[in-house]
Design a protein around this ligand. Structure first.
Ligand SMILES: Nc1ncnc2c1ncn2[C@@H]1O[C@H](COP(=O)(O)OP(=O)(O)OP(=O)(O)O)[C@@H](O)[C@H]1O
Ligand SMILES: [Mg+2]
Length: 360
């Protein structure tokens, strides 16, 4: 039995639909990451799951009990979950009291509160901060206090809204470490939202992609990142090469996809004439000056028309009759003397292409 199940959930504010027909279930002990662009409805969905708001349509079941509307059911379920908000609030009192807040609201006795708060502070490595005024903490520390406050409640379901947004890389690693520890040590289900796809990949058993209030795809991180089923998901997960084309030739599952002015060989079960997108990750493309392309089925010559340096990586755009994005290390780009206008060769395997259906 799933811990949480939502069916056809919808939410609208002032007549505009923010969430539409969201279906999902979360198993006991499962970690689910909801990813999606800003404004796609992630926080809205989390607020519905936290039973803070009621949905405009659809149902929510917690341990198979309908908690969509019945107030007593909602209250009982709320005691088994805890939410860490996107912008956590700390009160002007010390860290210990901030962590104890939720427990006091629940009317727990003082001795148990002490034991639970101390344990929670240990989990987030903030024991030494117990007497600090919470208002004087850094962003990362504040986030840890908020996490401790939620963990002290020993929830069955932990809801985390962007637990590492706006934090420096060290604080991000620290928070991820704590979450990983909680996942491995405690049998707890986690539903978290994140802008950061890699974080979803690192922490979650399953990932869901929410775009414009609709759940576009749910799957393991591998499925989402290597086999997106729609153009919107492919774009969101950073597949820079999305070539619109049509299946032009077919020999078993080996197909030629006709793109603007070229043919790319790929593996696909779609029929001749099907409109498709060919998705190619930039890192799966080899770029060379000499034109040796080994066993790769796809080889094109082209001219570099744009180079963008991003830290130690360089994004290179090559015009091969159609545009292709390639990623190289800054070092290799320098060694090869690449510049705008350089004539290059690009190659990639048929298996590096993922072909998805296009509704033209
Ligand atoms: N109470 C509200 N009344 C009206 N509109 C709202 C309300 N809450 C959210 N919205 C709108 O719903 C949409 C989704 O907001 P939401 O905060 O759920 O997005 P999000 O995916 O969490 O974004 P972000 O990644 O920036 O946190 C936005 O357009 C937002 O302006
Ligand atoms: Mg949000």
């Amino acid at each position: 039995m799933a811990l949480l199940r939502i069916e056809n959930l919808g939410q609208s504010y002032d007549g505009s639909d923010i969430l539409t027909d969201v279906n999902l279930s979360l198993e006991h002990g499962e970690v689910f990451a909801l990813i999606g662009p800003t404004g796609s409805g992630k926080t809205t969905l989390l607020k519905l799951l936290d039973l803070l708001e009621t949905p405009s349509s659809g149902s929510i079941y917690f341990d198979d009990v309908d908690v969509t509307k019945v107030e007593s059911n909602r209250l009982a379920a709320r005691r088994r979950m805890a939410l860490v908000q996107q912008k956590p609030v700390v009160f002007s009192m010390n860290v210990y009291d901030n962590v104890a807040v939720g427990l006091k609201w629940r009317g727990i006795d003082k001795a148990s509160i002490k034991q639970k708060v101390e344990h929670a502070l240990e989990l987030v490595d903030m024991t030494d901060y117990a007497h600090r005024d919470a208002k004087t903490l850094s962003g990362g520390e504040t986030q840890r206090v908020a996490l401790a406050r939620a963990l002290a409640l020993e929830p069955n379901l932990l809801l985390l809204d962007e637990p590492t947004a706006n934090l420096d890389p060290n604080s991000v690693s620290k928070i991820e470490e704590i979450i990983e520890h909680v996942i491995s040590e405690h049998k707890i289900s986690i539903f978290m939202t994140t802008h950061n796809m890699l974080q979803g990949q690192r922490l979650a058993d399953r990932v869901g992609v929410l775009i414009d209030g609709r759940m576009q795809q749910v799957g393991t991180p591998e499925q989402i990142f290597s086999a997106p089923t729609s153009k919107a998901v492919a774009e969101f997960v950073g597949i820079d090469n999305i070539l619109a084309g049509t299946i032009d030739k077919k020999d078993g599952d080996l197909v030629d996809v006709k793109v603007t002015s070229g043919l790319v060989s790929a593996i696909s079960h779609y029929e001749l004439g099907q409109n498709v997108y060919a998705l190619i990750r930039p890192e799966d493309i080899t770029l060379s000056l000499a034109g040796e392309h080994g066993s790769a089925r796809n080889a094109f010559s082209g001219k570099i028309f744009k180079i963008t340096t991003l830290g130690s990586l360089v994004h290179i755009e090559v015009d091969c009759g159609f545009p292709l994005f390639v990623v190289l290390t800054a070092r290799s780009a320098l060694d090869m003397g690449l510049a705008v206008g350089t004539q290059v060769f690009v190659s990639f395997k048929a298996t590096a292409i993922k072909v998805i259906k296009r509704w033209a």
